[in-house]
Design a protein around this ligand. Structure first.
Ligand code: HCA
Ligand code: CU
Length: 378
């Protein structure tokens, strides 16, 4: 089952570098690659060596670091690009060419037969020079491509026997889980190759689509830290982890989950971003419980309102109490934490005070503590 042995192709150093505020120095690329290695991703994809001389030098530097993840680079379907990629010493090459009418018209101008002919030549050239390299062929903008064109291209490439993996890309973020499932399922049935899914998040389905791909038999999912990438990005690493964790923690226990907060924080810092408040797992509010009814149940058993245990990620939950939705069970727990012995009737009275005083603005924890201490006997 793919869910038991899928791989993450972490593309922060390729797709992520295409995010509006991302410009990684060589040292930062090495640091990010090192963190991703410690986290345990299986593959790291890097920007094409043709993008700039620095990009090429950075691939060499990351390859030379001898990390556990396979280092891949991502290039256009051109002989010149393939040769430059091979020269960097990467362990894998990801080839991509657009197949949608939009990309055929505005990007490369080649017909479907020309795409197949060119790809066949480029892939043969790579395979001849590097029999053991991991080779992937992907259609760009797969979900706006004609289905007949897509299948013609994929089947012709699969028949050549040169590639290990076929990639499906939702380049403009318009796919739905059912469409992803249908296309990936078709490729799984028609070929014996590994299948990769790369999904943009323009309409908010990047995680759901990645999951649909896995369910349909995909073996590889592209992610970036925090989901950074072109426009509003792709499937976020932490979001994919959250999706799989909540189905079965066994799917993600191969990764060093406690490193996720540090990875999100560091990439946010490098890109000059704040981690969004609602971010999967690492958003500031991800483990804050507020309403009295929730707080009471969480104090009895956190799993009542938590599908994810923050401790698995080295994080802690917070029960917010200084507001007008508060409840006396949460206030009593705070008094106990402060070592104060208070009768229930007193805690209930203090709770009413908190609710009244917090009508316009919440009380700080210090203010709540002061109310409790004024009544309590330590
Ligand atoms: C790009 C487009 C791409 C490629 C994806 C892939 C996309 O920036 O080159 O090669 O799997 O979204 O289609 O990122
Ligand atoms: Cu992309």
């Amino acid at each position: 089952m793919p869910l038991d042995h899928f791989s993450i192709i972490e593309s922060t150093l390729r797709e992520g570098e295409q995010f509006s505020t991302a410009t990684f120095t060589t040292a930062q690329k090495l640091e990010i690659a090192g963190l991703l290695d410690d986290f345990g991703v299986e593959m790291i994809e890097m920007t094409s060596p043709l993008a700039s001389s620095q990009s090429e030098a950075d691939i060499r530097a990351v390859v030379a670091a001898g990390l556990r993840p396979r280092i891949l680079t991502h290039v256009r379907c051109k002989r010149e690009d393939a040769l430059r990629a091979l020269d960097t010493g990467v362990q894998g090459i990801d080839i991509v060419i657009g197949t949608s009418p939009q990309l055929i018209k505005n990007s490369h101008g080649k017909s479907i037969p020309q795409i197949i002919a060119e790809a066949s030549e480029v892939l043969a050239c790579i395979r001849q020079q590097a029999p053991n390299i991991i080779l992937r062929f992907s259609t760009e903008d797969s979900f706006r491509s004609r289905e007949s064109d897509l299948l013609r291209v994929y089947l012709a490439i699969a028949d050549l026997g040169f590639v290990d993996r076929l990639g499906v890309a939702d380049t403009v973020g318009i796919a739905t889980p059912s469409r992803v499932s249908a296309l990936v399922g078709q490729l799984v049935r028609l070929t014996s190759l590994d299948i990769e899914f790369h999904g943009h998040n323009d309409s908010g389905c990047a995680i759901a689509n990645a999951y649909a791909a896995l369910e349909a038999g995909a073996t590889h999912i592209d992610t970036t830290v925090l989901g950074i990438g072109e426009r509003n990005g792709i499937t976020p690493l932490g979001g994919l982890i959250a999706r799989l964790y909540t189905l079965d923690i066994a799917y993600v226990c191969k990764y060093n989950l406690r490193l996720l907060p540090q990875i999100d924080r560091r990439v946010a810092e490098i890109c000059g971003l704040a981690i969004p408040f609602g971010n999967y797992i690492t958003g500031a509010s991800a483990f804050i419980h507020k309403a009295g009814i929730h707080a009471k149940a969480v104090l009895a058993d956190p799993a009542t309102y938590e599908a994810i245990n923050p401790a698995d990620f080295g994080l802690t939950r917070e029960i917010s109490i200084g507001h007008r939705l508060t409840g006396w069970n949460a206030v009593r727990r705070r008094a106990e934490d402060l070592g104060l012995a208070l009768d229930d009737a007193v805690v209930q009275r203090i709770t009413r005070q908190i609710k009244e005083r917090a009508h316009d603005q919440p009380l700080s924890l210090d203010e709540v503590d002061a109310l409790l201490r004024a009544e309590g006997v330590a």
